[in-house]
Design a protein around this ligand. Structure first.
Ligand SMILES: *Cc1c(COP(=O)(O)O)cnc(C)c1O
Length: 358
């Protein structure tokens, strides 16, 4: 039986994508070779990466001047690669501290320039998104994290900023429509909402680059990958291929509007049960809670039942529900590929469990 996969990442992928990827690994398009055996410079793979780029531009609606890059090193590499490429040592970049990942991005950026943390919810264990702050008009960029995977909060509206936004979109990438124009750079590790681990998408606007004075080794310079269409060296061919299949699936399913509708429907089912059920409660401010990663805990007086509920979930094919160690409790990650029916299996169990123990 296929499991209900609530893992935070690597995470669920659309079933038809997995099926087609498996076929391609065995024999790519019937050519008598596995996708894994193809030269990255051959016609087959260059067609894959071109299609992936075209689909990404079409699905988001990227204007002229934006480049789509397929890099390696995970979103964590972007924590340093972004300031390394964009920020001189005597310049300031603004950062919003909304969680563990944002905090790591800040730590790396401090090596390369002056970092102004305009607001932080760290003192309240990142249970909400700060909204009152001022971004200095002379900052090079304003770095935000659109969805806080560990704490279950999300920026439902992107902030107005006098300077270009730089955004870590790893855990809600392509889950909703957005206007790309305020963004100078977007990055996302594939393994949350797009494909297998191993590639990181970077979308960068050309005018952001060529400004820093430091020497940039080729492999760290975005311009190298723009110039070579992400084929400067051997790219992660399999993760790029599977990401391309997911992009096809998103387009066929109705694009970002459809992804958003589905995300809201799933989140509504889950949060309605969390709010209604006397055994459970959410851990974040209601207005900021994420459609992608829902965090909740058992009410204190029922805390002893946590293990029992986990076992019940396991018996019913639910996996990946354990909350991150810094929050505890439960985290239901509900990325693009998750069917609402899986969420309903979980909320059904929550309701049954409350009937029995409440
Ligand atoms: C998972 C995650 C990361 C880290 O991604 P890696 O690809 O493992 O480096 C960074 N930011 C966010 C928001 C994430 O969810």
């Amino acid at each position: 039986m296929k499991k209900h996969n609530f893992s935070a990442g690597p995470a669920i992928l659309p079933a038809p994508v997995i099926k087609e990827a498996a076929r391609a690994v065995a024999n790519y398009n019937g050519i008598g070779l596995s996708l894994l055996e193809l030269s990255h410079r051959g016609t087959e793979f260059t067609a894959v990466i071109e299609e992936a780029n075209a689909l990404m531009k079409e699905i988001i609606g990227l204007p002229e001047g934006y480049h789509v890059l397929w890099l390696t090193g995970g979103a964590s590499t972007q924590f340093y690669q972004v300031p390394f490429n964009l920020l001189n040592e005597d310049e300031t970049a603004a950062y919003l501290d909304t969680g563990t990942w944002a905090n790591k991005a800040i730590k790396e950026a401090k090596v390369f320039g002056k970092i102004d943390v305009v607001a932080s919810s760290k003192e309240q264990n990142y249970t909400f998104i700060p909204k009152k702050y001022k971004v200095p008009a002379d900052a090079r960029y304003f770095h935000i994290t659109s969805n806080n995977t560990i704490f279950g909060t999300q920026l439902h509206k992107f902030p107005k900023s006098p300077v270009p936004l730089v955004c870590d979109m790893s855990s809600d990438f392509l889950s909703r429509p957005f206007n790309p124009e305020p963004f100078g750079l977007i990055y996302a590790g594939a393994q949350k909402n797009l494909g297998p681990a191993g590639t990181t998408v970077v979308i960068v606007r050309e005018d952001m680059l060529g400004h820093v004075k430091r020497h940039l080794p080729s492999m760290t310079d975005y311009r190298t990958f723009i110039k070579e269409n992400s084929l400067y060296n051997t790219p992660p061919v399999f993760p790029i291929y599977v990401s391309m299949l997911t992009l096809r699936w998103i387009k066929k399913s109705g694009g970002l509007k459809a992804m958003h509708r589905r995300a809201k429907a799933r989140a509504t089912v889950l949060y309605n049960e969390v709010d209604r059920n006397p055994l459970f409660r959410g851990t974040t401010a209601i207005e900021d809670r994420s459609t992608m990663n829902a965090c909740f805990v058992m009410e204190e007086k029922y805390a002893a039942l946590e293990g029992q509920f986990m076992n019940l979930c396991k018996e019913n094919g639910i996996i990946g529900l354990k909350g991150h160690r810094s929050v505890g409790g439960f985290r239901a990650s509900m990325y693009n590929a998750m069917p609402k029916s899986s969420v309903e299996v979980l909320t059904g169990l929550m309701a049954d469990f409350a009937q029995k123990h409440g």
